[in-house]
Design a protein around this ligand. Sequence first.
Ligand SMILES: *Cc1c(COP(=O)(O)O)cnc(C)c1O
Length: 402
Amino acid sequence: MSRSLDPASHALLRPNGPEPMTHTRPVWAEISRSRLLHNYRHLQRLAGPAAELLAVVKADAYGHGRTGCARSLVGEGARWFGVTSVEEATALRGVCPDANILAMSGLWIGEGEAVLDHRVTPVVWDPMHLELLMAADVRRGAGPGQIPVHLEIDTGMSRQGVQLKNLASLLDRFGSASPLRLEAVMTHFHSPERAAPTAEQMKCFAAAVETIAGRGLRPIYLSAGSSADLLDQSTVELAALAEKHGARRMFRSGLALYGYSPQSADPGSLEPVLAWKSRVTSLRAIDAGTTAGYGATFQAQRPTRLALLPVGYADGLDRGLSNRGCVLVRGQRAPIAGRISMDQTMVDVTDIPGVTVGDEVALIGEQHGERITAAGVAQLTGTIAYEVLCGIAARVPRVMVD
Ligand SMILES: *Cc1c(COP(=O)(O)O)cnc(C)c1O
């Protein structure tokens, strides 16, 4: 039935994939290329010409689609990308043959060769990482200084990164005959929702940089700071540290690229890149007293009009939004009625005149000035915009627009 509706907008449901007809269900995410590039340019201005801006596209570009985002950013001049794993890096290499690709979570057994073959730059901090790379070098014959690595310092996350007490022995592996080249010293600060890294973290990072310089190693980059530090412009000490050691700063930004701030519900001049959409596929009127959804947790207090959306928690729509969240229909907020099912959700459209089958619905996005953001959704479900965005399931096709 919906096939007869608005065929022009249905083109959006058919991305240029190999099997476009597999995406006929009206649930999709629109990725705005112009907004992504707007955000990227804004972040570049904040970083300044002296610093390098690395675009974090891990986890399928925070749910925005790695391939489309990386291609667009390369077109805008991006030269550095950050992904989580060697696996993600290898996949990205096929899309960006010339970019620098940083695998930010180390490497695992069996991945040393892939690092060399696909020119991946691994973040390292454990002797095992260095051994895997050196063993791969023996088999591939890369030669001295031919494997760039970014050495992570643990400044308080206690997740990755070499602890200061183990730094000296790790540096023993970076002699002049080593195939490893220390291209960057990096760290990841623990509280992006707060303004600046603490004095403790800064002290720790500076001490590591001094130790490294004391060995005569000359990293090109000091890679410290994510979206929060870039938006905040708070880390003047890092700029001074970089200058002292003749290094350039590198910022690694993810969330801000996609239009959100880790610190504030108001992203300032950033623009949300993703809109998550669906359509009303069915409508019904129910009497006062009638229930809706599993567990009958919704009971109509008045004659009520319910619209059915073909999207549920299997698509990443958090079940915690049941009877709490809203969607946009005809520019107005329609409350979610009853429990979100695996593949379906009902919304109350009683107060929205004229809703018909085929109407476009925004789960995240804008309609006539009304806006639902990933940050707003996160607030309702007690999480962060990061999780909402990368929680949108793989079965929801991403369509690049504008
Ligand atoms: C995810 C990640 C980032 C990006 O953080 P945002 O807050 O999204 O900018 C930077 N560095 C590392 C190591 C990361 O894992």
